[in-house]
Design a protein around this ligand. Structure first.
Ligand code: ASP
Ligand code: MG
Length: 406
């Protein structure tokens, strides 16, 4: 029989009504003679609410205890979904990450998957059950509960699909992958098909439909992905294979990311070792740096700006306060009202001029630019918050990312 892994995100199981509807969908897939493994996220905003609860008790929650708390979110949704399936006459069982032995590293809230023991899942599938697995959860080899990081259920789903050699269907609250978030770019087109590479770029830039780590994993193990709206007949987006450069579009999409902040350090000694130390200490604190720009001034000192996730702001503050004397930083600041607008397109690799055209469009719209980075198939601009909609529209309309207007 054909095994299919289906993942339903928090918004798809946000209420008991929605859970019942999802159960109907799963029942239909099961009836098409498939073996079904379902991954679910916590209901709606549960994970945020749990974090808020922790925050109301302490502003420095212990990371082990935080994972004890966060694990409860998905445990609720797997149990309810399983009950709803049973109510429809389906044989089903729910399993937590620990029951599955979804083994991870011990780094709480950022655990990485080491291996998944398939014996329990196989046993349940063989008995004709639908297996409902808690996304996001893992367990260490000494039985400590972990979580995979925000949005981690996508990674759970793809990892399971890879192990089971199955196709992975991600059900969410939008119809698939769009050239841009239609809330920002009215008329944005839905893509019927795209490559792992393009989706990795779009997702890591904050396209929000699927976690980039999950797409990387899918690419690594060549897991076919299908992203679609839950409980809808609309055709979703198929993701498999790599970019076909002959057919590639100049620009595939635009992504907007509001999760980063910009930090500027002034007057560092212009010395590569200092730079290495700055980024090394950030890496040791597990802070991911994204955009970087470094400017030398006439006196031989340098100013360094970089962006990091907003959630790491306190860690970064402490770290800079601790090291600033060693690094020679005279002054530093954080700019949190920033947005990164990125243009992704495989055609950039072979055809020049995309950057030039975007710079011109941004200039014509008087959009200030704080930082720029480029890679093979992507260019990103950091702009002050509030300018992103204008930027997206002007780029989207000029690169044909919207449906034709008639
Ligand atoms: N519930 C977790 C979160 O909100 C995991 C997920 O939804 O993927 O981040
Ligand atoms: Mg998600």
């Amino acid at each position: 029989m054909n095994i299919i892994v289906q993942k339903y995100g928090g918004s798809s199981v946000g209420t008991t009504e929605k859970i019942k509807r999802v159960a109907e969908e799963i029942k239909k897939s099961k009836e098409e003679s498939n073996e079904i493994v379902v991954i679910v996220s916590a209901m709606g905003d549960t994970t945020d609410e749990l974090l808020e609860l922790a925050g109301a008790v302490t502003n420095k929650p212990d990371s082990r205890e935080l994972d004890m708390l966060l694990n409860t979110g998905e445990q609720v949704s797997i149990a309810l979904l399983t009950m709803a399936l049973q109510d429809l006459g389906c044989k089903a069982v729910s399993l937590t990450g620990a029951q599955l032995h979804l083994e991870t590293t011990s780094s709480h809230q950022k655990a990485r998957i080491k291996d998944i023991d398939l014996s329990r899942i196989k046993k349940e599938l063989n008995q004709g059950r639908i297996v409902v697995v808690a996304g996001f959860q893992g367990v260490t080899d000494d039985e400590e509960y972990t979580t995979l990081g925000r949005g981690g259920s996508d990674t759970s789903a793809v990892a399971l699909a890879a192990k089971l050699d199955a196709r992975c269907e991600i059900y969410t609250d939008v119809e698939g992958i769009y050239t841009c978030d239609p809330r920002l770019l009215p008329g944005a087109k839905k893509l019927n098909h795209t490559s792992y590479e393009e989706l990795i770029e779009m997702a890591s830039l904050g396209a929000e439909v699927i976690h980039p780590r999950a797409v990387e994993l899918a690419q690594k193990y060549q897991v076919p992905l299908y992203i679609a709206e839950s409980c809808s007949k609309a055709e979703g987006t198929i993701i498999n294979g790599n970019i076909d450069y002959l057919e590639a579009s100049l620009v595939t999409g635009i992504a907007v990311n509001r999760d980063d902040i910009q930090i500027t350090l002034r007057d560092l000694e212009a010395d590569s070792y200092i730079l290495a130390e700055v980024f090394n200490s950030l890496a040791e604190a597990e802070i991911n740096v994204d955009m970087i720009s470094q400017l030398l001034d006439k006196s031989g000192r340098m100013n360094l700006s970089f962006t990091i996730p907003e959630m790491d702001i306190e860690k970064a503050r402490e770290l800079i306060a601790f090291y600033r004397k060693d690094w020679g930083v005279s002054d530093w600041w954080i700019r949190s009202e920033v947005v990164k607008v990125s243009v992704v397109g495989p055609g950039m690799r072979t055809q020049p001029g995309v950057a030039a055209k975007v710079f011109k469009l941004l200039a014509q719209s008087e959009i200030p630019i704080l930082m720029v980075t480029t890679s093979e198939i992507k260019i990103s601009w950091l702009v002050p918050a509030g300018y992103e909609e204008e930027a997206v529209k002007v780029i989207g309309y000029n690169f044909g990312l919207t449906l034709e207007k008639d």
